[in-house]
Ligand binder design. Structure first.
Ligand SMILES: [Zn+2]
Length: 172
């Protein structure tokens, strides 16, 4: 019964806006926008598709800003989980951790200042190899402030293929 009902809703609000694919963990997701009888914007991730439901009242408006905001919030939520995972991975491997870390929009993907690591939430556009590399890079800055030989020796010890990650970040 419920299934029939939800099919009807989809059919009524079959109007969609074309958006560029959105990368999540290195994979491009299609964005599908649907209008529903709801009060606030909803976002669901299905297989290779990000489904954003907007209230019917937004139908005739330019919704690009609302959609950008929904995608930004999605990146922040995924970043909380992914950065926590990578932080924990290197805390165990290296045996130390930053005093604190923060997920915040900055003008680079990651930085380390005064024992504090900051990571840009949009790091989750890239795959886990890149996320882990950026987190490891900042961890190594807790020991070595500059990009010295000792710094890169330390990175190499924990990620022998780190140069691949640096190259793919350069090509972005
Ligand atoms: Zn650095």
């Amino acid at each position: 019964m419920n299934l029939v009902k939800s099919k009807k809703i989809v059919k009524i609000s079959n109007q969609s806006i074309e958006r560029h694919p959105v990368p999540v963990l290195g994979i491009d997701y299609k964005v599908k926008i649907i209008y529903k009888n709801i009060k606030i914007t909803e976002l669901d991730i299905e297989e290779k598709t990000i489904k954003i439901s907007l209230p019917n009242k937004y139908k005739k408006m330019d919704n690009n800003e609302i959609l950008d905001l929904a995608i930004e919030k999605m990146y922040e939520q995924i970043a909380k989980v992914e950065i926590e995972r990578a932080m924990e991975k290197y805390r165990i491997k290296l045996g130390f951790a930053p005093e604190e870390y923060e997920i915040k929009k900055i003008n680079t993907l990651g930085k380390c200042e005064k024992n504090k690591i900051t990571i840009h939430p949009e790091i989750v556009k890239y795959n886990r190899k890149i996320i882990d590399y950026v987190v490891l890079h900042q961890y190594c800055h807790l020991k070595y402030k500059t990009h010295s030989k000792k710094f890169f020796d330390m990175i190499e010890k924990y990620n022998p293929n780190y140069k691949e990650c640096e190259l793919s970040l350069l090509n972005i």
